[in-house]
Ligand binder design. Structure first.
Ligand SMILES: NC(=O)c1ccc[n+]([C@@H]2O[C@H](COP(=O)([O-])OP(=O)(O)OC[C@H]3O[C@@H](n4cnc5c(N)ncnc54)[C@H](O)[C@@H]3O)[C@@H](O)[C@H]2O)c1
Length: 278
């Protein structure tokens, strides 16, 4: 079903790697809603090749950019405006990566070069995209910039590691830049805090299956899928959310307001034999 929510809107979608990616589903929905957009990812992701299939499905052009490079971002934004025929109305920043998580390094022994890289790729990159867009005036009034976060920004999830700090920084950039860009040109900046989702980045986090099952047990509506997240992004890119900015919005089936659920008590966990509390 399409409501033409993005008709006459132009955008950039960062982060579609394969069909499990949240950004992939966002591109499919944005195309259905009649938006026109550029797909962007790293050279390495482009070499994997699947993004070109998405480009065919959505009639989009693919432009490589590393989100840690201000020069790449500037070229991407200029080329996107030329290609699409004007300033942009929406950006999806769906990018995250922790070398520490990837290499299974324990949180108490983080490699600090990797930690810098986690923060640069997963958080500071949003600042860079917004700063370049503002500098070259790439966004129309009421344009909507959406990034993806996780509740590990607020609460401790033992294997989420330095991604917790990255998401906390990301959500803080949403508020700070959202203020400045809102005052400057009514541009909106929000993060969506999504349920655990079966993607390459998601499954890279240790114990992902337990995160997923626990979250499903705790959420009255169940985990939100990538496709449901994409539908929510359409609302956030549309004019129907034009006064929403500087927010971190939980799209998690109710998980974030739960303490304990009947499902968790009944089904999921029991005390192990060596538990001190037994
Ligand atoms: N999967 C989950 O459980 C979940 C839950 C909440 C939030 N998120 C967030 O959603 C976003 C998208 O992740 P996903 O789950 O779709 O996984 P994904 O692995 O499909 O997407 C991550 C993307 O980041 C891209 N990327 C990494 N380094 C980059 C760089 N330097 N420059 C440009 N792109 C780069 C990757 O190529 C990939 O396309 C991430 O921010 C992730 O933290 C995911």
């Amino acid at each position: 079903m399409s409501f033409n929510l993005l008709k006459n809107k132009r955008g950039i979608i960062f982060g579609a790697l394969d069909e499990n990616s949240i950004a992939w589903q966002v591109a499919i929905k944005a195309h259905e809603e009649k938006g026109s957009f550029i797909l962007s990812n790293t050279d390495m992701a482009l070499r994997k090749g699947e993004i070109f299939h998405l480009a065919e499905l959505t009639n989009a052009k693919v432009i490589a950019a590393d989100v840690t490079s201000v020069d790449d971002i500037e070229s991407l934004l200029i080329e996107s405006m030329n290609e699409l025929g004007g300033k942009l109305d929406f950006i999806l920043h769906s990018v995250g990566m922790s070398p520490n998580v990837r290499k299974n390094i324990h949180y108490t022994e983080l490699n600090y070069d990797y930690f810098h890289r986690t923060l640069d790729i997963s958080a500071m990159s949003l600042h860079k995209v917004l700063a370049v867009a503002k500098k070259i005036d790439a966004l129309n009034e009421y344009a909507s910039v959406v990034t993806l976060s996780y509740i590990g920004a607020q609460r401790q999830f033992s294997s989420y590691s330095d991604m917790s700090q990255a998401k906390a920084m990301l959500e803080s950039i949403v508020r700070s830049f959202g203020y400045h860009y809102g005052r400057h040109k009514k541009v909106r900046v929000n993060s969506i805090s999504q349920s655990p989702t079966q993607t390459t980045a998601g499954k890279g986090v240790g114990g992902f299956d337990s995160f997923y099952a626990y979250s499903r047990c705790m959420s009255p509506l169940g985990n939100a899928t990538a496709e449901e997240c994409a539908e929510f992004c359409m609302l956030m890119f549309s004019d129907y959310s034009r006064k929403v900015t500087m927010q971190n919005i939980f799209h998690d089936g109710g998980f974030s307001n739960m303490g304990i659920s009947d499902e968790l008590i009944g089904n999921c966990f029991t005390c192990s034999d060596d538990c001190d509390e037994k």
